[in-house]
Design a protein around this ligand. Structure first.
Ligand code: PXG
Length: 441
């Protein structure tokens, strides 16, 4: 048996997720503390958080209301069985959340991550149609370059090739529409791209191929995040909604990164004025502090299950930690913090300052596109010939050395700072990033 030693200097045992393990273990980058907009590294440096952790710490770090709520809940009721039992914080949180969601979306199913939220939503979509006597609607449609987490459901509807290719046959009955990225027409757009609403018509093509009567749901990210920030062309989401309506297909918005204020409205659905039938959320629901995900569903979907004898379980789905009390407390503390500081709409006030700041990087070496919306930014770099991802990864390493945390995916730099960022910190972020870009090979 292994001795219970805290071998903190041994990096070998931890198989790190989505990480170049050997590169990291040769040159570790460790955070040991975080407060507001900054991380502290193991060697005592301050690093400006340009990514809200992984798009999740929307309220910033070390926020007292969230910490206190967690501490209090853990001391009072640490866990309650998630099935056939309840606890007050779960009901309070669900009620608070549906006050924030678009009108008509008024039920919440809890999970523990974005991946679980996505798998839950896909299963609910299939079961919903079956409950209504349309069980022949079994197909799910995603989009090229989409990211919906890493469960088998999520990678099946997802469209990021490296996340799919190693993992066998995936779910059957899934198809994809084309992505909307079009640098030839839209490079350096400020805000939403002008061109490409017609890419929504690809949904009609895929629907016709399979026949509308076989299709249960379409899932898309209003803004594709993980693939490198692809913004919907003007009018695109409205068109997708209209096509789904025409054919009786459920529309699921995966709002794991766009939810909770990233665009200056509570959800992208509000920002775009397009209401889906279900939304998946995670990350900002607890400001990243405790794992939690959720599916928001329309009343008609919930009601379709509320039939049959009352002692029977209506949906055979759920997790041991669905609505975990400590996670619920974290979410309630987060919603309080958002409300007190106006954080769910703050990005709207900063958006034009942010837009000018990120677009000021135009013209620097290798920059082939800059994109922005709300408090999201992306800088696409020309890849080094024959060595894709290397240029952006080197930007990531150099930025970290200069005290700035950025995210890179492929050769795209993604920025999504906590919603508490100041204008001076936006300036600092962009100046540091500009210095990094000037030194790239
Ligand atoms: N859906 C979307 C739209 C996401 O962005 C997930 C589902 C999965 O969430 P979980 O909690 O299972 O990881 C995500 C996650 C990045 C990055 O840098 C993005 C995510 C995760 C990690 C990194 O772009 N998104």
């Amino acid at each position: 048996m292994n001795a219970p030693i805290r071998a903190t200097n041994n990096l070998e045992a931890f198989w790190m997720p989505f990480t170049a393990n050997r590169q990291f273990k040769a040159n570790p980058r460790m955070f040991v503390a975080a407060k507001d907009m900054h991380y502290t590294t193991a060697d005592g440096r301050q690093v400006l958080d340009g990514t809200a952790g992984l798009w999740c710490c929307n309220a910033g770090h070390g926020r007292p209301k969230i910490t206190e709520a967690i501490q209090k809940q853990a001391a009072e009721l640490d866990y309650a069985p998630a099935f056939q039992m309840g606890h007050p914080a779960a009901f309070e949180l669900a009620s608070r959340l549906v006050q924030l969601t678009p009108q008509g979306i008024d039920h919440v199913f809890f999970a523990n991550s974005g991946s679980e939220a996505v798998d839950s939503a896909l299963k609910i979509a299939l079961a919903y149609h079956r409950a209504r006597g349309e069980g022949q609607r079994f197909r799910l449609i995603g989009r090229e370059r989409g990211y919906h987490g890493v469960g088998f459901g999520g990678i099946s509807v997802g469209g990021i090739v490296s996340n799919r290719k190693m993992f066998g046959t995936l779910l059957t009955g899934v198809d994809h529409i084309r992505h909307t990225h079009d640098l030839s027409r839209n490079a350096f757009s400020r805000g939403l791209p002008e061109h490409g609403a017609e890419y929504a018509e690809d949904l009609e093509r895929v629907i016709a191929l399979h026949d509308p009567s076989t299709i249960a749901a379409v899932i898309i990210e209003p803004i594709a995040g993980s693939t490198g920030v692809l913004l919907p062309p003007k009018g695109y989401l409205e068109r997708i909604r209209a096509i789904c309506d025409k054919h009786g297909i459920l529309l699921i918005f995966d709002e794991v990164i766009t939810g909770f204020g990233r665009l200056g409205a509570p959800f992208a659905a509000d920002y775009f004025g397009v209401t889906p039938d279900m939304m998946t959320v995670a990350k900002g629901i607890t400001s990243g502090v405790i794992p939690m995900g959720a599916v928001f569903a329309k009343k008609e979907i919930y009601d379709a299950f509320m039939t049959g004898p009352e002692h029977l379980i209506e949906l055979f789905h759920g997790y041991t930690y669905s609505a975990n009390p400590v996670a619920c407390a974290a979410a309630l503390g987060t919603l309080d913090t958002y409300a007190e500081e106006g954080l769910l709409t703050r990005a709207a006030d900063l958006a034009s300052y942010w837009e000018d700041a990120v677009h000021s990087l135009k013209g620097l070496p290798h920059v082939i596109d800059i994109r922005n919306l709300g408090l999201i930014g992306a800088i696409e770099l020309e890849p080094i010939a024959g060595q894709p991802t290397k240029r952006a990864f080197s930007a990531f390493l150099k930025a970290y050395e200069k005290g700035l945390l950025i995210r890179t995916t492929g050769d795209i730099i993604a920025l999504s700072p906590p919603l508490i960022i100041s204008k001076a910190q936006i300036d600092e972020l962009v100046t540091t990033l500009g210095d990094v870009l000037k030194t790239l090979d």
